[in-house]
Design a protein around this ligand. Structure first.
Ligand SMILES: CC(C)C(=O)C(=O)O
Length: 452
């Protein structure tokens, strides 16, 4: 580590020493592989540093498409429209990224560019090959993601290189992007298994020098490729999200606005890690709609909209209700099955089957609903009728279902007709039924009993 005092800024400038190694550092004390990874603590607590601006970026068409069959051009264009509608002129849904190789990829990019939306901006994703800049340039795209895998797992085992060979190749390609006038966004793949002080920081120091020379931003995306990052205070690098972000901003001198976190959900930590990245100094968190991404998925975009509102106390102009329209589109047009318990978008995210909860809902919706989901997401809480939903569940179901269909029936628990419906429901389960009762079935029974 070289430390220089900068008399102009009165700041100690730290240059971390690049460490070439003969053998890969696989952090076996943390990642034994034949056992579940471990959380090792260095008890280092770094300060929170929330950037002035927080952005959500999107990878639905890149990481999202890597995990499922490709979207059609028409679907890409519609999803891009939805992202724009959700952003609603706020500029918070900052950019999304596209493949640019096949005829279909290019057609989708051109059609989305033609829409002329300011947000989300269209960016590209390319292999680290010089000739690929020509494609990006020819499409009129101003920023592109470039893969710069940074752990020894990737450098030694996948690329079969040494650290210095990898870094040389990466710096050449970033220089080529800058020469072509394209903003490089360097995707530090597998940063949560990388040597932070021996490779990541020295490499960032070099990238920031290139940025200064070219007078152009060089953006950094910290990729938690296997979802190994941890939000827990005092966990040691390379797993600590706060320490990674703090280090990149303070020792790498990367402005928050050039720094992005990209998470995966392998250990159920995609959302909290992204929030930590925001809180500790990264302006951007990368997400995908409904969390669709490789393996267990990426950080869900809709979850970060909710995190944003909780941190800032306002949606700052985003049209949050569009989240429900997006979920409907994925179900209806793409045939994607959203697990029913998925927060904010699953069919049952605000549904109850328990009679005791339905009773609470009937007295005051607030008792069992996370917020006014009817007003904010166009999804009022609902009850699912089964053996446990009781008479209160049936009352709410009748009052809601018919109101939504434009028929004004309001009943209470004492209504004898409601008792009859309850008897029918009970008889179903006495006769061995073990599934819930669908809306269609209940509608038929209620209509008959109520003479509708
Ligand atoms: C391919 C890379 C950039 C990635 O998406 C990841 O590391 O998760």
């Amino acid at each position: 580590m070289n430390v220089k005092f900068n008399p102009k800024t009165h700041i100690l400038e730290i240059e971390y020493q690049f460490r070439d190694v003969d053998e890969p550092n696989l952090f076996r004390n943390i990642y034994p592989y034949n056992e579940v990874p471990r959380l090792v603590f260095n008890h280092r607590i770094v300060p929170m540093n929330v950037p002035e601006k927080l952005y959500i970026t999107d990878t639905t068409f890149r990481d999202g498409q890597q995990s499922r069959s490709p979207y059609t051009v028409e679907q890409i264009c519609r999803i891009y429209d939805y992202l724009h509608e959700l952003d609603n002129g706020s500029g918070i849904i900052l950019h999304t990224e596209f493949f640019v190789y096949s005829k279909q990829d290019k057609e989708a990019v051109l059609k989305c560019l033609e829409k002329g939306y300011d947000f989300p901006k269209v960016t590209a994703w390319i292999r680290a090959k010089k000739e690929d800049f020509e494609i990006v340039k020819s499409l009129g795209i101003k920023e592109t993601g470039i893969l710069v895998s940074c752990s020894d797992y990737h450098i030694f085992k996948k690329l079969k290189m040494t650290r210095s060979q990898a870094m040389k190749q990466y710096l050449e390609i970033v220089s080529a992007a800058l020469e072509a006038g394209i903003i490089p966004r360097c995707h530090f793949e597998d940063i949560t298994r990388a040597d932070f002080y021996g490779f990541v920081l020295p490499f960032i120091n070099e990238l920031m020098k290139l940025s200064k020379e070219a007078n152009m931003p060089v953006k950094i995306r910290a990729c938690d490729t296997l979802g190994l990052g941890s939000p827990i205070p005092g966990v040691a690098l390379p797993r600590s999200v706060p320490q990674i972000i703090y280090g990149i901003v303070n020792y790498g001198e990367v402005p928050s606005e050039w720094l992005e976190w990209h998470g995966h959900n392998d250990f159920y930590k995609a959302v909290i890690n992204s929030t930590m990245a925001w809180l500790y100094g990264a302006s951007m968190v990368n997400t995908s709609l409904l969390g669709i991404g490789e393996r267990t998925g990426n950080t869900p975009l809709e979850a970060m909209v909710m995190e944003y509102i909780q941190i800032r106390g306002s949606a700052d102009g985003m049209n949050v209700a569009v989240i429900s329209e997006i979920a409907d589109y994925f179900k209806r047009e793409i045939g994607y099955e959203i697990p029913p318990m998925t927060p904010f978008v699953g069919d049952n995210f605000n549904a109850t089957r328990a009679g005791i909860h339905a009773d609470g809902l009937m007295k005051d919706e607030e008792i069992y609903n996370i917020f006014d989901t009817g007003k904010i997401l166009g999804r009022p809480p609902k009850v699912i009728i089964d053996a446990y939903s009781g008479i209160a569940g049936i009352v709410i179901w009748i009052n809601r279902y018919f109101k939504d269909s434009g028929i004004d029936i309001q009943v209470d628990k004492k209504d004898p007709r409601v008792q009859k419906v309850k008897e029918w429901v009970d008889s179903q389960y006495e006769n061995g039924r073990n599934t819930s009762i669908s809306d269609e079935e209940l509608k038929e029974v209620v209509s008959k009993i109520f003479g509708l």
